[in-house]
Design a protein around this ligand. Structure first.
Ligand code: EPU
Length: 328
């Protein structure tokens, strides 16, 4: 239960904590490792556990933050188990700009590249430099640069063709002492205006983003959730025109190559799901894209609830929602 932010109570056959790459080498030489299914656990903040896991759960505990190179650009490396927000605030306090819009996202540094986490107009790919990952097959550490990670919207090579093959051990970000602030999100502008901040510092941006998140999103330490449960769907132009024809208010953003991204939170709210609760499960009252565990929900209850949402959005808009969380 303490290892997943939905706070679902399930068990694993084996659980092991890893503090170094030597620990990893030792682990992969064991019979338990060779003969069992494995799951790599980060902060457990993007995870829906629907049943006991008949295999080995590997929890990474490799920590540490190190400045590798410091000029106007600063290359900062962090161990996979560093808490994401602690790492962001470390950089904000040092005056290293780039990650401030990503304040308060739950999870760990090592998990951040897997789904290319993003918020308020910034994704980690914008400041990612490289990562090191342990290749299970060969027991070697491999280095990946940005191109090799094939980042997309909440996507990377580690969710796709290399799924289950690597364990990310550390990540290097390229930050800058000359901020290039991304303030185009309406919510950020409104908050800065409210506080009469005309020339925001990176600390101001981090503070404002944190407050917006706190006001909109449930705190996983008090109510189980995993942030956005679904991705914002990307649809082609013809599908968009059909939706727009019937629903002229649909919230949408250009998504390149003529495609359009729709706000899933809006679609879900339009179907009457915002703040709705069935048993122990519901959507968050201020953000319909977030599913919350109001009590002792099982992963299956949450999954079934998400199916109902997918069905009603499809029936109304003809658009398929895809889960953002990993289901196990
Ligand atoms: N909206 C509604 N009803 C709702 C929720 C949203 O109408 O219940 C509308 C809002 O009014 C707004 C639009 O949908 O016009 C977008 O909402 P919001 O700005 O809250 O962002 P989002 O698209 O719902 C995405 C990310 C979040 C990230 C925010 C801010 C995804 C799947 N989610 O949410 O990321 O914090 O943008 O940048 O892309 C996460 O991935 O876990 C996550 C929290």
């Amino acid at each position: 239960m303490p290892y997943n932010t939905f706070r679902i109570d399930v068990k694993a056959k084996y659980f092991v904590e890893i503090n170094s790459t030597d620990d990893l080498r030792l682990l992969i030489s064991t019979d338990e490792f060779k003969s069992n299914k494995r799951f790599i656990l980060g902060g457990g903040s993007n995870l829906l556990l629907t049943k006991d896991f008949d295999g080995i759960v590997i929890r990474l505990a490799i920590k540490g933050i190190k400045v590798c190179e410091e000029g106007d650009d600063v290359y900062v490396e962090a161990g996979a188990a560093e808490v994401w927000n602690d790492f962001v605030q470390y950089n904000v306090n040092k005056g290293y700009a780039g990650l401030e819009n990503l304040s308060l996202i739950p999870g760990t540094v090592g998990a951040s590249p897997i789904q290319n986490i993003g918020a308020y107009g910034v994704e980690i790919k914008d400041h990612f430099f490289s990562l090191e990952a342990f290749e299970i097959e060969t027991a070697e550490i491999k280095k990946f640069n940005k191109e090799q990670c094939e980042f997309g919207y909440r996507e990377s090579v580690f969710k796709n063709k290399f799924k289950g093959q690597y364990i990310i051990t550390s990540v290097v970000f390229k930050l800058s002492k000359t901020p290039n602030l991304k303030l185009h999100y309406g919510a950020i502008q409104e908050e800065l205006k409210k506080r009469n901040i005309l020339n925001p510092s990176i600390k101001d941006v981090a503070t404002v983003v944190s407050e917006i998140r706190v006001s909109k999103l449930p705190d996983p330490s008090t109510i189980g959730n995993s942030g956005s449960f679904f991705k914002n769907p990307i649809i082609d132009k013809a599908t968009f025109e059909r939706v727009l024809n019937n629903f002229p208010d649909v919230v949408n953003y250009p998504a390149g190559e003529g495609n359009v991204k729709l706000a899933a939170g809006w679609l879900i709210e339009q179907c009457g799901w915002k703040g709705k609760q069935i048993g122990n499960v519901g959507t968050w009252k201020n953000q319909a894209l977030v599913i919350v565990n109001h009590g002792n929900a099982s992963g299956k209850e949450i999954y079934d609830f998400s199916e109902l949402i997918i069905t009603s959005v499809f029936e109304r808009f003809g658009v398929s929602l895809e889960r953002e969380v990993n289901t196990l």
